[in-house]
Design a protein. Structure first.
Length: 238
């Protein structure tokens, strides 16, 4: 297991705290069923539950402090979303994302994130984006981040650009698709670290300069380069 995966991966015994029984104590007063679904979904997308992991209702129910009914309902929803798969007679498992699906998701991300970058450039950026730029510049100057820090900065940049686009739906779609493609991060494709720094800085610089076309081109180039690196990585493996 590489450093990034060991940072992100957690044993099932150390996963999230039980879901609050009181509606007032749950996020936005959500129902137990909805909160259970969101928790399981987040655990899958963050790799706390990895591809191939069995989703045992009793174990998950005990861990989250709920009955088996919301766990069963959540697993059904996650199955329809393609995150879980059922095999007749066997326990449901977290579904493994194929290389083709990964490439397809990147294609959709490209469409959405290029649009978001253009919209973000119309705003001229934000202080949050400037702070992210400063952190990335420190990486370029020689400060080597931990895998977790690198992932956090990468997430912060793409999340900030998506938020600046001014569309909650667009931002949520980008966030969800990015979660699904996290199986290939700096630990999986380490040669992307330095090029990624330059590409991120170009995206930020274009947004701060209010250059819509350059921001879109920079984001398009960034995602295209990620795609090419992952394809090369897969070819070396197989």
């Amino acid at each position: 297991m590489n450093a990034v995966n060991s940072t992100r991966r957690a044993s099932i015994s150390s996963l999230p705290t039980p879901i609050a029984e009181s509606e007032a104590d749950r996020p936005n007063g959500a129902t137990i069923g909805e909160t259970t679904y969101r928790r399981l979904r987040d655990m899958i997308l963050s790799d706390a539950l990895s591809a191939g992991d069995a989703l045992q209702e009793k174990k998950l129910a005990d861990m989250l402090g709920v009955s088996r009914t919301p766990i069963r309902e959540a697993i059904t929803r996650l199955t329809t979303e393609g995150l879980v798969e059922r095999v007749i007679g066997l326990t449901p498992v977290v579904r493994r994302l194929s290389a083709n699906e990964f490439i397809e998701i990147l294609h959709v991300r490209r469409l959405l994130e290029v649009e978001a970058a253009g919209r973000a450039a119309e705003t001229g950026g934000s202080e949050t984006l400037r702070a992210i730029m400063t952190r990335i510049q420190r990486f370029r100057a020689g400060e080597m981040p931990t895998p977790a820090e690198h992932v956090a900065v990468d997430d912060a940049l793409h999340s900030s650009v998506a938020s600046l686009a001014g569309s909650r739906v667009l931002a949520e779609l980008i966030r969800d698709l990015r979660q699904k493609t996290k199986i290939f991060d700096m630990g999986q494709v380490p040669e992307r670290f330095e090029p990624g720094i330059a590409e991120h800085l170009e995206i930020i610089d274009a947004i701060l300069a209010r250059d819509v076309t350059r921001a879109q081109d920079a984001m398009r180039t960034h995602i295209d380069n990620v795609r090419s690196s992952v394809i090369d990585h897969l070819r070396r493996l197989f």
